[in-house]
Design a protein around this ligand. Sequence first.
Ligand SMILES: Cc1ncc(COP(=O)(O)O)c(C=O)c1O
Length: 329
Amino acid sequence: MLTSGVSRVPIAILPTPVAEMKRLSEVLGGPRIFIKRDDQTGLATGGNKARKLEYLIADALQQGADTVLTVGGPQSNHSRQTAAAAAMYGLRAVLVLSGSEPSDWGGNLLLDDLLGAKVRWAGDTPLQEAMEEAASEEEQAGHRPYLIPLGGSTPLGATGYVAAMEELWSQLDELELELDVVIVPTGSGGTQAGMLVGAGALGFAGQIAGISAFGDQKTVQAILQELVPGTAEFLGLDVAIEDSDLVVYDDYLGEGYGVVADIEREAIRLVARSEAILLDPVYTGRAMAGLMDLIGKGVFRSGQHILFWHTGGTSALFSYAEDLMQGSS
Ligand SMILES: Cc1ncc(COP(=O)(O)O)c(C=O)c1O
């Protein structure tokens, strides 16, 4: 195993299924499309962070922490999964969320509360600074906090997606399937970075293409340029990854992070209605809209095999009801 030697605690239900989206492929009339269901990792409605947290929580426990502290937006899937993973292992969770308390505690925020997390609002303070403030207050109160940066995107967190790539590799072998492209929604970069390292180490011949939910192409590529070699080095893997392997599309950012527009609405509806699979409004809805556009433009063609990596986030759907219902038919 590529990740053996790194401590891990069980959190996610693995392996997550791979399925073909036959009806969607038919509607789009392009390549064959497959899906990897990391929305089914089982961690309080699932998602990609469950895989990263297997390594991060193991480290927190080894370091004798009694509290995990992380940051995110008000509807952060990462924060909700961190709260859930902490509850599984008897740790406290402190979530520092951007902005001020909204009037609606729906979606992930509701789950944060049910899972027992302490939520702090950063207001105008930058998240990193607000996290450090929270950490020192926790220490003063006698706790031992373990800090998880945005999205858990450190070499240790990205290790979860090196292991995920290995999991996919054996599923592809069983299915006798060769992929041309893996599409993954990208935010803080750890998921795509881990996949790139896994792909490089395994000799995966296809492309790993990120569709950004918030950073522009240069910003995300700069993150990958650090995190990919950092993760490979951490795992002692000799992986040669060129800049041309760091494929990031930033054409679907629209009005910015978490702002739902027609393209996300259409993608979410189409996948729900053709496959009974629920995407999320912020990451996978946007990434699927990107995939649909790229197929429409002939970037991905019939004869190719594409895998869409569903990274979860469906619990945020409920806090976007008004945006998603616009123009409903
Ligand atoms: C549903 C979903 N997809 C994708 C991502 C992006 O993952 P990463 O931050 O590792 O790039 C996130 C991050 O929070 C997420 O919640």
